[in-house]
Design a protein around this ligand. Sequence first.
Ligand code: FES
Length: 116
Amino acid sequence: MSKVLLCSADELTPGSLKKVQNEVVGDLCVYNLDGEYYATLDMCTHATASLAEGFIEDDLITCPVHWGQFNIKTGEAVAFPCEKHLRTFKIVVENGEVFADLESPSPEAVEANIES
Ligand code: FES
């Protein structure tokens, strides 16, 4: 497992998100959805945009540039112009800290995401 620290568990309130720099896979975005943590790549799959500057609504992240959307839990591209799924990462919470496993997708990830 290749684990990277994203944030402390009390740093993100439910409904909030944060960009975390990473040189191995590219910058990440960590989300708190109703007390559960999720992580995806930060870069929108449509063009150059940081999803950390977007908006959370339910389980979706809306890209701030062309308003495409992804399901945060599965990485599925659900709104045009986003068509390529977003890479997700498995979350591990230990001792009050939130980590992403860079080698594993989230358990809910769509199949295409797992292959990316
Ligand atoms: S850059 Fe994200 S929808 Fe276009």
